[in-house]
Design a protein around this ligand. Structure first.
Ligand code: URP
Ligand code: ZN
Ligand code: ZN
Ligand code: ZN
Length: 468
């Protein structure tokens, strides 16, 4: 009986709502009880395995609600597979990812989803779920949305950017939003005016402005703010909730904040790259700026303070990575002489929990807000709570023992993502993941990987729990 039990003793349990010095009892992959130190309750508990968390934090495993493992983009594929990417996630204290299955234009949602099920099946070290990218809104795919919501794929990403690839015009967006309004789905929006951006790209290239930094210059703040505004108005017309992904600019955030002040069900996510990196990185010489090409793009440093404030005031609810890694050698290099050919995306699935802890150390976030934006809120947003994102009886035993005093330096030499550079190379972080449990099984133990490809299970989701 006690052999299937694990006991985590001596740590400070932190959730989005509480901090309590408590022991945690796990049985059959789930948390069964918490007992405050000194209450005497835990004294009689026995377990096959005891983990000593004295002096450490005991936190829910991270929920990264925006990743792109093996994503096809611009003639190549994101460098992390579901196997390498989920292993790296575990190293970084993330125990659930929500990745994006992609509908190919002309194809069905079903075909796209099945393709992504096949990619991930048997490969993942941690649990996973899917959103659906809709690249072709039509009568058939609109009907399919209802079925997907019922089977646990409850969120749909649409693109106002990338004409000719993923782009949907306003009419298609409105129709998908109307459908989501009736079936309970959540529309996730890539809010950039891609039609206008493509004009500016063409003009920049014609004028010989081909370096990576021009990627940031043509993808203007105004065109993110305009698209964000338009997405919000379309969602109002459709009476649908809206989640704006990878918010990078103060002016776009202001649109979200204004909508939320009106009481509208509008939500937003930002990513570590917008909180810690800037156009200074995009301007790095010798084509090094290509390492930082993603969309929405990195912004001037001044935008960061607004994003941190938005996280504190809950105008932004979630930090996810948009992990979409491309190696510098051979992949980012495809865009030498033409920034528009640089595959878009940054690595980060392994770094998110640590970077946000560094923000706690620097006083930008409270410990509970750290857990909220990285674990609880993404789980709630995408229908995984309280199974994921918290430490409470009944929850999956996805638990991280976090050493808040360890010192580390981020580097591609020591990270576990299958990409040949780190976007945060040389960054010093106070805090480090020590031990990771996924449904009660040890995946990482005192900085040694003990997990396996295939332990991770597909996790169907309910609808957005901020709308309940
Ligand atoms: O540059 C990015 N973000 N690449 C991934 C695709 C997306 O738009 O999220
Ligand atoms: Zn204690
Ligand atoms: Zn996007
Ligand atoms: Zn993305």
């Amino acid at each position: 009986m006690s052999s299937t039990r694990t006991l985590i003793r001596g740590g400070l349990v932190i959730t989005a709502s509480d901090e309590i010095h408590a022991d945690v009892l796990i049985e059959d992959g789930r948390i069964v009880a918490l007992a405050a130190h000194g209450s005497g309750t835990a004294e009689g508990w026995t377990a096959g395995r005891t983990v000593d968390a004295t002096g450490k934090y005991v936190i829910p495993g991270g929920v990264d609600a925006h990743t792109h493992m093996e994503m096809p983009f611009g003639g190549t594929f994101a460098a992390d597979t579901f196997e390498t990417g989920t292993r790296a996630a575990a190293w970084g204290g993330t125990t659930t990812i929500v990745d994006f299955a992609i509908q190919t234009p002309g194809g069905s949602l079903r075909q796209g989803l099945d393709t992504w099920f096949a990619k991930a099946d048997g490969k993942c070290a941690i649990d996973y779920a899917f959103h659906m990218i809709m690249a072709d809104v039509n009568e058939t795919s609109l009907k399919e949305m209802d079925l997907l919501v019922q089977e646990g794929v409850t969120s749909f990403k649409l693109f106002m950017a990338y004409p000719g690839v993923f782009y949907s015009d306003d009419g298609k967006i409105l129709r998908a939003m109307q459908r989501a309004s009736s079936n309970g789905g959540l529309i996730m929006m890539h809010a950039e005016n891609g039609i206008a951006i493509d004009v500016l790209v063409e003009q920049a290239l014609a004028e010989g402005r081909t370096d990576p930094r021009h990627h940031g210059e043509v993808r203007k703040v105004l065109l993110e703010a305009e698209a964000t505004h338009r997405a919000i108005q379309l969602a109002r017309v459709a009476d649908a909730p809206l989640y704006v992904v990878h918010v990078s600019a103060e002016e776009a955030l202001a649109e979200l904040a204004a909508a939320r002040d009106k009481g509208l069900p509008v939500f937003g996510e930002t990513c570590p790259q917008y909180l810690f990196l800037s156009t200074d990185n995009l301007a790095e010489p010798e084509f090094e700026g290509a390492k930082y090409v993603c969309s929405t793009p990195l912004r001037p440093r001044e935008h960061q303070a607004a994003l941190w404030r938005g996280l504190r005031t809950n105008d932004l609810q979630v930090v996810s990575t948009d992990h979409c890694p491309f190696c510098f050698t051979g992949q980012k290099e495809m865009g030498r002489g033409d920034f528009s050919k640089i595959p878009n995306g940054l690595p980060g699935v392994e770094n998110r929990m640590d970077l946000l802890h560094q923000a706690v150390v620097e006083g930008k976030l409270s410990r509970r807000r750290w857990i909220d934006i990285a674990c609880a809120s993404p789980a709630r947003m995408f229908g995984l709570y309280p199974r994921k994102g918290t430490i409470a009886p009944g929850a999956d035993a996805d638990i991280v023992i976090y050493d808040p005093h360890a010192e580390q330096t981020v580097s591609a030499r020591t990270h576990h993502m299958a990409v040949d550079y780190s976007a945060y190379e040389g960054k010093r972080i106070t805090g480090r993941v020590e031990t990771v449990l996924s449904r009660g099984e040890v995946v990482l133990e005192e900085r040694e990987f003990k997990g396996s490809a295939g332990h991770g299970q597909y996790t169907p989701r309910s609808t957005c729990q901020y709308l309940d």
